[in-house]
Design a protein around this ligand. Structure first.
Ligand SMILES: [Zn+2]
Length: 510
């Protein structure tokens, strides 16, 4: 690239790392007053990336374009710079880093650079997060597009349409260019544990949708061996346990198959990564449950890259693992062995934020065939930045969080109790900062993001209008500090997995 051309974009304020050649044009991105602004220069207007729109001025013997960070320009940038378009991840070790604010990507990229060997899924939000923040999958992919350009990240990233419950949810992800689709059939799973009373299992078994499963009772009964030989040892498959798994998960299988076939029909084979997630179900996913789900989904032609069981212990949002970490490592180890025996897919660990005491165990137990999902923790880091720089704004956020927690917590695994946390009045800056360091206050902040960012309120009180906008403006103002803090925090998540990946690469080379 000619130095003079680089200088034109730098003079226009483009971040140096972002400056890239696109055909006969040069493109980059610069921080504006309220967010990113794509910039491009070419000798003639017709040489600028197709579809990129903005204000054009004459500059350095050519034309300089500065545009808004909108959906049209994000799409134009992805066409001009193919590494900005979400890509498939497949079986590579990977980590999803959700971003509710749409500002986190440069911090995430710094963490991935410092911890190589992991494919980033920089765009990842659940259907639930979208409805609570008033965003679309398109907004999420676009935010990652601009952030990846700003950070100069040219190694590609995945885009996960997470916790999809309906075909309509899937279509939103497809339209946005997502490459990974996580099916969550929770609404079809009855509230029954594997060891529920026999009568309850019998009742559920009695209404199994055999035709939807393209199956019948006799074929099902003959399908399962008495044991499965895993590379870690034999796994017994008692007929009663298989029956209990079928009773609880058969309708979920039918739904997941329908979702998968919809993707096949719309995107085409090989065009997407598929994950099956039962992590939010109320009861543990037993090894036999896993074998049942994998057997039936495989029989019905589903191909997936990740499976998210509900493990032993408690994976609450934004705080460390609650339970016996040795027991968890053993549980993850059995699920990983089943995954190796039944097709070689990854174990996906959801609610993966801030589980620092168990990452080493999970990395080893999965032998690196793992996908970790974090989402709310980048939001919590942002709150930490706000608490440190704009305590009055943090006080407003805490007030809304307290008011909305009882409603917001309903669909999340959290255990914080309001009577045990500080009220909204009279908190010092130190008190406000401390809200980010304690488990119960972190959980309350973690799940109340909808009310804070989008003014989604349930409690009847008047919304704090403009709070979300003020929050985003403040984070943009303090973005360098935010990205530095975020890179450090996410780096602590990536490090154990990155070190395992590096060790595996070394072993392969020796
Ligand atoms: Zn999940």
């Amino acid at each position: 690239m000619h130095t003079e051309v680089l200088e034109v974009l730098e003079a226009a304020g483009a971040v140096e790392a972002s400056i890239s050649e696109a055909g006969e044009a040069v493109v980059g991105i610069r921080p504006g007053a309220a967010g990113w602004e794509p910039v491009a220069w070419a000798r003639r207007p017709d040489l600028l990336p197709a579809g990129l729109e903005g204000e054009a001025t004459e500059s350095a013997g050519g034309v300089l374009l500065v545009g808004p960070a909108d959906a049209r320009n994000a799409a134009a940038l992805r066409r001009a710079l193919p590494w900005l378009a979400p890509r498939l991840v497949g079986s590579a070790a990977s980590v999803g880093t959700g971003d509710r604010l749409g500002i986190a990507t440069p911090g995430h990229v710094t963490a991935f650079r410092a911890n190589p060997g992991l494919v980033p899924v920089l765009a990842q939000q659940s259907a639930r997060e979208l409805s609570r923040t008033g965003r679309t999958f398109g907004d999420v992919v676009d935010a990652a597009t601009f952030g990846a350009l700003a950070a100069g990240w040219r190694d590609g990233f995945g885009a996960d349409a997470d916790h999809l419950k309906t075909i309509a949810d899937i279509d939103g992800g497809i339209a946005a260019g997502c490459t990974m689709f996580t099916a969550d059939p929770i609404e079809l799973v009855p509230n029954l544990a594997a060891d529920a009373p026999v009568a309850a299992i019998d009742e559920a078994f009695g209404v199994i949708p055999w035709s939807g499963l393209e199956d019948d009772h006799a074929a099902f009964a003959a399908r399962y061996p008495a044991r499965l030989d895993l590379d870690t040892g034999p796994l017994e498959l008692p007929a009663a346990a298989i029956r209990a798994a079928a009773a609880r998960f058969a309708p979920a299988v039918v739904h997941v198959v329908a979702m998968y076939r919809h993707l096949l029909g719309t995107v085409g084979r090989g065009g997407f990564d598929f994950e099956v997630a039962v992590d939010e179900i109320l009861h543990r996913t037993t090894p036999v449950d896993h074998v049942y789900l994998a057997t039936e989904l495989r029989r019905l032609g589903v191909d997936w890259i990740g499976f998210a069981p509900r493990f032993v212990g408690r994976f609450e949002k934004g705080i460390d693992f609650l339970g016996d970490s040795a027991e968890l490592a053993a549980d993850v180890g059995v699920h990983a062995a089943i995954a190796r025996a039944m097709g070689g897919y990854k174990i996906s660990v959801h609610s993966g934020s801030d589980k620092f005491s168990v990452y080493d165990g999970i990395a080893r137990a999965t032998r690196g065939a793992v996908h970790l999902k974090t989402s709310g923790t980048s939001y919590l880091v942002a709150l930490g930045t706000i608490a440190a720089t704009e305590p009055a704004l943090m006080a407003r956020i805490w007030r809304v969080a307290l008011r909305e927690y009882s409603t917001a917590r309903a669909s999340y695994h959290v255990s914080a109790v309001l009577s045990e946390v500080p009220g909204a009045d009279g908190l010092t800056p130190a008190d406000l900062a401390a809200l980010l360091t304690r488990s119960n206050t972190r959980e309350i902040l973690h799940v109340t993001y909808g009310a804070v960012l989008h003014g989604e309120t349930h409690a009847g009180a008047a919304a704090d209008a403009g709070l979300g906008a003020d929050f985003r403006t403040a984070i943009w103002r303090h973005r360098d500090r935010y990205w530095t803090e975020l890179a450090g925090h996410i780096g602590r998540h990536l490090d154990p997995f990155s070190r395992l990946a590096a060790g595996a690469a070394e072993e392969a080379n020796s």
